[in-house]
Design a protein around this ligand. Structure first.
Ligand SMILES: Nc1ncnc2c1ncn2[C@@H]1O[C@H](COP(=O)(O)OP(=O)(O)O)[C@@H](O)[C@H]1O
Ligand SMILES: [Mg+2]
Length: 388
C-alpha cells in the first residue's frame, strides 16, 4: 500500500495544496525553508494520531506546540486545518481515503476538536463505501467526543484497523552520522523511534543472521558500483566489549589499512549504508527520509536514486519511500518516475506544491534529466526566499 494523493488546507506553510498519482518512490524537491520537512510532517502527524500507545490527536497537536503552530500563518477566515490522504494498492487501485479536520472551537473550552473525520473504503470494483463520517449524532450530543479521533481508538477503528496500522507504522529518519558512529558511546536519551540513527548498530545486530547477511550483501553490491575498491562488508561483534560493528575491507590498501570499522567510515558512506539498510527493512508503511545528499559529493548523490531503486527492487520491498531533497544532483539521474517528483515553491502567501507538469513530462520523455527539466523553475523561485 502507498499514499497516492495528499490534499492539505492550512497545514504549516501550505495554505492549500494537493498532489496526486504518487508512486512508491517519491522525491520532494524544494529550496531551503520551502516546507519539505513540513510536507513530511503531514505523514508523521497521521502516524502520531493513529498510534495506539502514546498517540492520539491531542498528543500529536501538543507535540507540535499546539494548533497555533500547525495552522498556516497565511490562513484567513477559514481557520480549519484539513488533511486528506488516499491510499492505493501496489497496482494503483484505491483502497482507503482518510480525511481529518480539526480546529480550536470559537467559544467554550479551547481544546482542539475534530471538525471532520471521514473514512472511505473502496471495494473490489473501486466502489466507495463510507465507514465513518463525523461529526456523528453522538458527537453532536457529547462534544467532548470530538477531542479524539476514531482512528486512534482501538474500540472505534475495528473496520479500518488496516488504515490505522498503515499510518502508525510510518518510519521517519533524519540520520546523523555522529550518532550512527558513536551512538553507544554518547549514550543518553534515544528519541522515540530513533529517527537520528543512534541505535542503528543495535538494529542491525537484532536482525537474524540470514536476513542481515542478505541485506548487507545487497548494500555491498550497490556500494561497489560507486566505490570499486570495496571488497567486503560485514557485521561483527567486538571480542572484548561485545559491541556490534560494521567492517569494510578495501582492495589495494596497505595490510593494516585494509579494514575499516564504522567509526572510520566517512559520514557519507555511513549515511548511504544506513539508507540502503532502511530501504530493506520490512513494513507496509511509508519510510520518510530527510535529505540523503548531506555529506556526499555530487557525483555520488547523482547515483543515489539508481542505487536506492536497485536495492529496493532486489529486496522485493514495496514499501513507499518519501525523500526530501534540495539537491539538483539527486535528480540529475534520468529514469526517475516523473509522477514521484513533488515540487515545492515558496511564494509570499506560503508555499505551493505541485506534480510535474505535462510539458515537463515531455521534456523528461525527450531525455532531459529531472534536474534539467524541472529544477530551473524550482530553483529560480527559491533563491528569493531564503528564510530561517
Ligand atoms: N504554521 C506555519 N505557517 C507558516 N509557516 C510555517 C508554519 N510552520 C512552519 N512554518 C515555516 O515553514 C518554513 C519551512 O520549513 P521546513 O519544512 O523546515 O523547510 P525545509 O525542510 O524545506 O527546509 C519555515 O521557515 C517555518 O518557519
Ligand atoms: Mg527540512
Amino acid at each position: 500500500m502507498h499514499i497516492s494523493r495528499l490534499k492539505l488546507k492550512n497545514w504549516r506553510n501550505f495554505k492549500a495544496g494537493e498532489i496526486q498519482n504518487l508512486p512508491d518512490s517519491v522525491y520532494v524537491l524544494g529550496p531551503n525553508a520551502s516546507g519539505k520537512s513540513n510536507f513530511l510532517d503531514v505523514v508523521r502527524f497521521l502516524r502520531d494520531v493513529s498510534k495506539h500507545r502514546g498517540g492520539g490527536l491531542q498528543d500529536a497537536i501538543e507535540r507540535r506546540g499546539g494548533v497555533g503552530k500547525i495552522r498556516c500563518l497565511h490562513a484567513r477566515n477559514d481557520t480549519e486545518i484539513l488533511i486528506e490522504a488516499d491510499i492505493v494498492n501496489e497496482d494503483g487501485s484505491p483502497i482507503w481515503k482518510y480525511e481529518l479536520g480539526f480546529n480550536i472551537p470559537p467559544k467554550g473550552k479551547r481544546d482542539p476538536k475534530v471538525t471532520k473525520e471521514k473514512v472511505t473504503v473502496f471495494g473490489d470494483e473501486g466502489r466507495p463505501k463510507i465507514l465513518l463520517n463525523r461529526p456523528t449524532k453522538s458527537d453532536k450530543k457529547d462534544e467532548l467526543l470530538l477531542r479524539e479521533t476514531h482512528i486512534e481508538q482501538i474500540s472505534a477503528n475495528a473496520e479500518f484497523r488496516e488504515l490505522a496500522d498503515f499510518f502508525s507504522g510510518t518510519t521517519y529518519v533524519h540520520l546523523v552520522p555522529q550518532l550512527l558512529k558513536f551512538g553507544d558511546q554518547i549514550g543518553g536519551r534515544v528519541v522515540e523511534d530513533d529517527p537520528f540513527g543512534q541505535e542503528f548498530m543495535l538494529r542491525i545486530a537484532r536482525t537474524t543472521p540470514r536476513t542481515r547477511d542478505a541485506r548487507l550483501k545487497r548494500i555491498e553490491a550497490a556500494l561497489r558500483t560507486i566505490v570499486p575498491q570495496l571488497e567486503d562488508l560485514k557485521f561483527l561483534k567486538d571480542d572484548i566489549t561485545g559491541h556490534p560493528h560494521l567492517e569494510i575491507k578495501f582492495k589495494h590498501h596497505r595490510p593494516q589499512g585494509a579494514k575499516q570499522r564504522e567509526d572510520q567510515f566517512s559520514d557519507g558512506t555511513l549515511r548511504i549504508m544506513s539508507i540502503l539498510w532502511l530501504l530493506q527493512e520490512r513494513g507496509n508503511s511509508p519510510l520518510l527520509l530527510e535529505e540523503p545528499e548531506l555529506s556526499l559529493n555530487e557525483e555520488i548523490v547523482a547515483q543515489l536514486p539508481r542505487i536506492m531503486e536497485s536495492v529496493k527492487t532486489k529486496s522485493r520491498n514495496g514499501r513507499q519511500f518519501i525523500i526530501t531533497t534540495h539537491s539538483q544532483a539527486l535528480l540529475s539521474n534520468t529514469g526517475i518516475n516523473p509522477d514521484g517528483i513533488v515540487i515545492i515553491t515558496p511564494s509570499d502567501d506560503g508555499s505551493n506544491m505541485r506534480n510535474v507538469s505535462d510539458s515537463e513530462k515531455a521534456a523528461l520523455a525527450a531525455g532531459l534529466s529531472a534536474a534539467e527539466a524541472v529544477l530551473p523553475d524550482a530553483r529560480k523561485t527559491g533563491q528569493l526566499s531564503l528564510s530561517i
